[in-house]
Write a protein that binds this ligand. Structure first.
Ligand code: 5RP
Length: 226
């Protein structure tokens, strides 16, 4: 199975956990595209749910698949949140934000005690940090914010898209920060968040309840729980 097929397999399987009557959070990314596709199919077959999307892209995709949407003016707790990740370690700490949606993703994941992460096996690591850590920052003074972040021991690169600065759904910038191996993710998250100008980090600490991971060798999906 190639990586794309692994993404589809894990996404389809995890969507089975969604039950009638639930209000859910809907993540962002290429793995989630498959989940949204499957969810749309289930909705068409009568599944009654409402979802809060974690990005404008996901909202658009959900509308295409006729998945009913809601927002936090109507809801204060989510029964389940399903989302992808860029890296997951053995303690189920995550790096997210490769798709640029980390802020809304964290707000949504924080609204449930049932945060389900779907990955293929390439994302499961012993130690976080091979994937550059995305950090969302305020555009004003981003250069000085970047220097403060770099003083923690990384190289921070301003994210671009098609040769323009990448702008998040919340009108912020993203710095992709190369720390190397992150041995103390909780501490690093605290240090980053205390820098003025940092809005949020892609470190999702003690948030994931369950990880679904697809493996090519056995062509199966395993569940890892905290
Ligand atoms: C978006 C994310 C995604 O969940 C993460 O980047 C994984 O994406 P993909 O499923 O495309 O590999 O955090 O901000």
């Amino acid at each position: 199975m190639n990586q794309d097929e692994l993404k589809r397999e894990v996404a389809y399987e995890a969507v089975n956990d969604i039950q009638d009557g639930m209000t859910i959070g809907i993540g962002t990314g290429s793995t989630m595209r498959y989940a949204i596709e499957k969810l749309g199919e289930r909705v068409k077959n009568g599944l009654q749910i409402k979802g809060i999307p974690t990005s404008e892209d996901t909202a658009e995709l959900a509308r295409i698949h006729q998945i009913p949407l809601t927002d936090f003016s109507e809801v204060s707790h989510l029964d389940l949140v399903i989302d992808g990740a860029d890296e997951v370690d053995e303690n189920l700490q995550l790096i997210k934000g490769g798709g640029g949606a980390l802020l809304r993703e964290k707000i949504v994941a924080n609204a449930t005690d049932n945060f389900i992460v779907i990955i293929d096996e390439t994302k499961y690591v012993k130690t976080l940090g091979k994937f550059k850590l995305p950090v969302e920052v305020v555009p004003f003074g981003w250069e000085i914010t970047a220097r403060a972040i770099e003083s923690l021991g990384c190289q921070a690169t301003l994210r671009t898209k098609d040769s323009n600065v990448y702008i998040t759904d919340n009108d912020h910038y993203i710095l992709d920060c190369e720390f190397g191996e992150i041995h103390h993710p909780e501490q690093l998250n605290q240090d980053l968040i205390s820098i003025i100008g940092v809005v949020e980090t892609g470190l999702f600490i003690n948030m994931a309840k369950k990880v679904f991971m697809s493996r090519s060798e056995t062509q199966s999906v395993i569940k890892i729980e905290n």
